[in-house]
Design a protein around this ligand. Structure first.
Ligand code: KIV
Ligand code: ZN
Length: 510
């Protein structure tokens, strides 16, 4: 069986998801989990795009061993030099150079003739290769590029030193048979193709990203670019978990394998969803909440008699485990620590465990059974917390369907307590406005949603807010059995993130 390399672009194309913005800690945390998942390649970011992204790529190159670490660059000298400066700390660095090759992009975006694009691609790959031992080249919008021109560019960049050639379906336009034929065409028409790995990169505009990637594998692609939970520009990229589980479950069709530790898939998906604030739909393949749930009696009966009747993969194979012992208010610290370790949160500091255990006890006073989902939510909220300079001490709302909602909040800041009140369009809006007034930071609320964690009327409410400040989006969560409190906590956490980012900036300037 041949090996397919999994190139994860969650931290680059995935970060280009509208309303998603990751700071250096977020990126490093996700990169560590990608390392556990055992991806072959991590595209860590686009270093020229911002100072923050440069630092994040550099931190990943310095701290993550195992996968190849990639920095993206346009076919421009400055981009390439900057990418190299960020990734050079990695034991396995790679620069990913791209330039568009379709007539449409060359004429209207680049305003360049095909010969000029070809020359630029060769010169920039040569330059990148003079810095870095591994170069990936992407002819952007490859699937709408004239095949003869595509073959010519691919051959020339391989001669110039590219060891990976990626064929992006930039706008998610192609179909499985067409894309498979294009990959075969490259193999048949590019004389030096054996000197490079063929990679594929599919977007999901027509919902075909995974199918197209798999068709490419059937036709000789050796690397697949994908993102956790299918994040990415517009409709996203091919979903990593779907590609990996399709290859594993149907190895009889694809005759290949990946090196992914599939038992880490669920944890990775939840982590990325938590940090990006991008919810996973319940019926999403492999990682959706319903992916292994059987509703109809006939299905339940079948699965109880023989799992394979309605399950083509086991929940355990993607790391989903149901614990038999339910924790509640009589559960002790020992059982609690054991459970959080089973859930994958090992080596937490004593202080963190104390804090989470206290929250667990508070929650257990409010609801009889505390589910694994509840516990995970408490753990994540604690461990991904930036320093809490603002703290919601108290709030009170008055609301109704015939009155204007008002909210009074008390915020603790640097040992001082600040009280403010505000009216609003409902209790949550009033609370957000009161918090904004108290803290004195104006933000634009881009997104807000609340979902229940676990089941039942006493389920925890998990609120997500995305606020924008000076063009940057900050996503944060809050949990409570009370939805107004969960929302207020999420909003305060977003304010804490803004404060933290500003303090990092100030420290860097000094
Ligand atoms: O979709 C695309 O074409 C890209 C390239 C930069 C590879 O993301
Ligand atoms: Zn892309």
């Amino acid at each position: 069986m041949s090996k397919i390399n999994i190139f994860d672009t969650t931290l680059r194309d995935g970060e280009q998801t509208p309303n998603v913005s990751l700071n250096i800690n977020d990126k490093l945390t996700i990169a560590k989990q990608l390392q556990k998942l055992s991806v072959d390649v991590i595209e860590a970011g686009f270093p020229i795009a911002s100072e923050g992204d440069f630092e994040a790529v550099k931190a990943i190159a310095q701290n993550i061993e195992g996968p190849v670490i990639v920095g993206l660059a346009r076919a421009v000298k400055n981009d390439i030099s900057r990418a190299w400066e960020a990734i050079k700390y990695s034991k396995k660095p790679r620069i990913h150079v791209f330039i568009a090759t379709s007539d449409l992009h060359m004429k209207y975006k680049l305003k360049m003739e095909p010969d000029e694009v070809l020359k630029e691609a060769v010169e920039m790959v040569t330059y990148a290769r003079s810095l870095c031992p591994s170069i990936e080249f992407s002819p952007e919008d490859a699937t709408r590029t004239r095949p003869e021109f595509l073959y010519k560019v691919v051959e020339a960049v391989i001669d110039a030193g590219a060891d990976v050639v990626n064929i992006p379906d930039t706008v998610g336009y192609t179909t499985p048979s067409e894309y498979g034929a294009l990959i075969k065409g490259i193999k048949d028409n590019v004389p030096n193709i054996n000197k490079a790995i063929i990679s594929v990169h599919c977007h999901n505009d027509l919902g075909l990203a995974v199918a197209n990637s798999l068709a490419a594998i059937e036709n000789g692609a050796q690397q697949v670019e994908c993102a956790v939970n299918g994040l990415g520009e517009r409709a996203g990229n091919a979903a990593l978990e779907e590609i990996v589980m399709a290859i594993k479950t149907r190895s009889d069709c694809f005759n290949c394998e990946t090196g992914i530790i599939t038992e880490e898939i669920t944890r990775t998906s939840k982590l990325v969803s938590h940090i990006t604030g991008m919810q996973v739909q319940n019926n999403k393949a492999v990682v959706g909440a319903n992916a292994f749930a059987h509703e109809s009696g006939i299905h339940q009966h079948g699965v109880l008699n023989c799992r394979e009747t309605y399950e083509i993969m086991t929940p355990e194979s993607v790391g989903l485990k149901k614990s038999l012992i339910v924790l509640g208010k009589h559960s002790g610290r020992h059982a609690f620590i054991e459970r959080i370790e089973e859930l994958g949160y090992k080596n937490l500091s004593k202080e963190k465990i104390d804090e989470i255990f206290k929250e667990f006890k508070d929650l257990a006073d409010k609801k009889k059974h505390v589910s694994d989902e509840d516990i995970e939510s408490l753990v994540k909220n604690e461990i991904f917390q930036v320093p809490e300079v603002f703290n919601l001490k108290y709030y009170q709302v008055s609301t109704g369907n015939a009155v204007m909602s008002t909210s009074t909040v008390e915020i603790e800041y640097n040992g001082k307590s600040i009280k403010e009140a505000s009216c609003g369009d409902g209790p949550v809006d009033a609370t957000f406005k009161a918090i904004e007034k108290a803290i004195g930071i104006d933000v634009t609320l881009n997104d807000y949603f609340i979902k229940s964690v676990g089941y039942g009327k006493d389920a925890l409410g998990e609120a997500t807010v995305k606020v924008e400040k000076e063009g940057k989006v900050f996503s944060a969560k809050g949990v409570s059995t009370d939805i107004v409190e969960a929302s207020g906590k999420a909003f305060i956490n977003a304010m804490n993130k803004i404060h933290y980012e500003n303090s990092l900036k100030k420290a860097a300037e000094c």
